[in-house]
Structures are given as C-alpha cells and as structure tokens.
Design a binder for this molecule. Structure first.
Ligand code: GUN
Ligand code: ZN
Length: 430
C-alpha cells in the first residue's frame, strides 16, 4: 500500500453552501491534512493528529497553500482548444466561421491526439482534474480523448458529437452512423478505467428529429450513460429552434420529445429558460451547466445560478472551451461571480468553489467520487498558492479569514496559482 500525507490549509464541504449557511457547509482547517492511500482519500483532519496516527506515511508539506478537491469542468469542447479566443462573432456565425472548420481537422487521428494531449495537459496545469468534453463527429476524436485521459489516469466524460444537418460537408454523420458509432464507443469506453461516456447530440439545430430519436433510443438502452447537449444559449438560436421544430412547446421539448430529457442529462448554458422548462428540469432532476466566460464572450446572456439552485436544480460549472475564453476554473469562478453581480446576487467564495468541484461532480452523478475532499473519494486534488502574483499576494496579506484570502485568487488567479495537482494521488508535476 502507498500512503501519502498532504499537509496545508484544507477546504472541503459537508453540505451544499447554496442550501446550508456557508460556514456550516464548508469545513476549513488552517493546518489540515489529507491522507491518501492507494489513490483514494483515506482520512481528512488536523495535521498533527493525522501525522501522529500515520507515522509511516510519506509527508508532503504544502505549507500555507490551500488543498482543495481538483476542479471539475462540466462542459467543454477539447477540439476547440486551438481556436479559443476567436474574435468578433456571436454563436451561429462563430460556429460556422471558426468552430466547424477547426473540428474538420479531427478527421486526422494524429491531429486529434495532439490536441487531446494538449488539452489535458492544459487542464492539469490549471488544476482541473476532470473534463467533460464534446468530441467531433469523428470516432477517432473520441478514441484520442479517452486514450489521452487513460494515459494520465484522469476521470473524464466525453462522447462523439452527432450532427446530420446544418453543418458543412465532412462534418455530418447520418442517423444510422450516429447511433452505431456512439453505441460502439459507449460499449468500448463506458466504465473502462476512469472513462464515462456521454451520448452527445450537439444541439437540436444540427440533428434531424430522426437522429435525436435514434440517440434517445440509445440512451434508453444504456441508461447508465450520461447525455450532454446545449440548451437555450442565445436568443437567435432559440428562434431558429422554433422554426426547425414548429410542433415543439419550447427548446427543451425538442429533447424531451425524443427521449433526451432525463436525470443523467447535462444541459449546457440553459440561460433563457421558460417557466415550463424550469419546472420540467426540476421535476426530472436534470443538470444545468453554467458556462460564464463563454456566455459573456459570445454575448449569450446571464445564467441565473441562485434562482435555479433555489428551485433545487443541480448546477455545474464549466469553461466551455473554446466558446469560453479561459482554460482556468479560477477565471470561470470569477466570471460566475461577475454574472451573479449583474443579476443582483453576490456568490460567496464557498459557493464558487463548491460549484467548481462538488457541484460539477454532482451534476455528473459522481458526487463523493471526484470533486470532493472526503473519505472514499478519489485523490484528485489541487493545491493553490494564495499569493501567486504580487497583485494577489499584497491583497491576501490583508486577509483575516480564509474566504478573504481565497477570493483574490478566485478573481485574479490563473495557472500560476496552481502549486500542485494530484491525479488519483499521484503528483502531476515534478
Ligand atoms: N452550441 C452548439 N455547439 C456549440 C459549441 O460548440 N459551443 C457553444 N458555446 N455553443 C454551441
Ligand atoms: Zn458547448
């Protein structure tokens, strides 16, 4: 058995800080410890106590750095890594001009492997231990992604993006190919190592009703799989969906009609929801994924984190790379804070950290397994330097509480704040 004892400040959650007062939900220690045995968290407590009880464990002392669960990015597009920060366009033109041409390049398995490796390395450098990614229509892009994650022992979610209309030649599949290829990939990867498969219709405008129905049927055959898609991101998109699906009650209904609404469904963006859609999502317990840097970058709108959480709807947090403008979940938390302010609610640092870890993990139905500094969880852990730049350090020096010390890193931090990251207990950095 390998045993490691990580020492530092620790932050974990005993409850959801949107439901419980933050100082009851968050458990903080200024000199805490995390015991890792064979890749899992075996104990969490005070440094002196765990040291005395586990004298044989290898000690890694992170000093004043903050030990937290690794970040869980609940929605992104690894094939868009090389076109992040493309200027000037809103959703539909942005997809046609920048995204689809880049995704075409993934017909080449070598390119797919290069970008998968690059994306996962960038994720780890930013303290993100789990990605949930759309791949492209090419099965090779899914193989590249899960293969790269397996090489790093990372828990990832992904799936073949299915599109059979409103996409260029070379980037469309068919009803049958979407079903057959998704099924073969699901059967190969679901539960293999740390991989989880998500059936992935891109969004209603790029799938025919027949394709949506085929993917709904596949999900019914494999109810353990996740399903990821986009919902109500931009006003023009919603008008287009109304034209394409004149019988549908609303955007969500274009999924519901075809068996694509469920508890294991992940609905990215979900900004401009109608009351019926919110009621149905609450009823079926689907998860909404907040992508704040993308929603401001592409000009989509302001997600209602507080209102939707108050309805009991599960919410995760995500970069939405490359619609999103940063690989960093710190920057993503900052954007979530700013969006909250524009909606009139200041999200507490505990709520932001919870969304980036436990909230996203729960959205993926992996609560207690990842995104959590609790006994039994996998030791996917991020260590933050709360004084990583002179600007952050001078503000942190004035702090009286952990929240005051952490908030400058949330607002101004980036990969320089990530002192170390552990994947299943193994340090990802030398
Ligand atoms: N809607 C459909 N596809 C995409 C995508 O790739 N990015 C974003 N942000 N929205 C989408
Ligand atoms: Zn997306």
């Amino acid at each position: 058995m390998t045993e490691k004892l990580l020492l530092g400040q620790t932050l974990r959650f005993g409850a959801d800080p949107f439901e419980t007062a933050v100082d009851d939900a968050a458990i903080v220690s200024s000199r805490g410890a995390v015991l890792v045995q064979d890749g899992r968290i075996a104990a969490v407590g005070e440094a002196d106590d765990l040291r005395a009880r586990h004298p044989q464990a290898e000690v890694v002392d992170h000093g004043r750095h903050l030990i937290t669960a690794g970040f869980v990015d609940a929605h992104m597009h690894y094939p868009q890594t090389a076109m992040i920060a493309s200027w000037g366009l809103r959703l539909i033109d942005w997809l046609n001009t920048y995204t689809f041409p880049e995704e075409m390049r993934f017909a080449d398995p070598d390119y797919a492997r290069t970008i998968a490796d690059r994306t996962l390395d960038l994720a780890l450098a930013h303290g993100t231990t789990t990605l949930t990614s759309f791949c492209t229509i090419h099965p090779e892009s899914v193989e590249a992604y899960f293969g790269a994650a397996a090489a790093r022992n990372m828990a990832v979610v992904g799936g073949k993006t299915c599109m059979d209309r409103n996409a260029p030649d070379g980037l469309r599949d068919t009803v049958q190919a979407a079903y057959d290829q998704s099924k073969a990939l699901l059967q190969k990867w679901q539960g293999t190592g740390r991989a989880t498969y998500a059936i992935t219709p891109r969004f209603s405008p790029t799938s025919t009703p027949d394709q949506l129905a085929a993917l709904g049927a596949l999900w019914a055959e494999h109810p353990d799989a996740l399903m990821q898609t986009h919902l109500s991101e931009q006003v023009d998109e919603i008008a287009w969906v109304r034209d394409l699906f004149p019988q549908a009650r609303d955007y969500l209904d274009t999924y519901e009609q075809f068996g694509l609404l469920g508890e294991r469904g992940l609905y990215g963006h979900s900004i401009h929801l109608e009351p019926r859609e919110i009621d149905r999502l609450a009823e079926v317990n689907g998860a909404l994924i907040h992508c704040p840097t993308s929603n401001t970058f592409i000009g989509s709108g302001l997600f209602d984190t507080t209102g939707l959480k108050a309805r009991g709807i599960r919410c995760g947090l995500a970069t939405d790379t490359g619609g999103g403008s940063s690989f960093s979940m710190l920057r993503t938390m900052a954007a979530a804070y700013e969006v909250g302010q524009l909606r009139g609610t200041a999200l507490h640092p505990a709520q932001l950290m919870w969304l980036a870890t436990e909230g996203s993990a729960q959205a993926l139905h992996m609560g207690g397994q990842i995104g959590s500094l609790s006994v039994g969880a996998m030791a996917d852990i991020t260590v933050l330097d709360l004084a990583s730049t002179p600007a952050i350090a001078q503000r942190e020096a004035e702090a009286d509480t952990l929240w005051e010390a952490l908030f400058p890193t949330i607002m101004m931090g980036d990969d320089r704040a990530v002192a170390q990251v552990y994947v299943a207990g193994e340090a990802a950095r030398p």
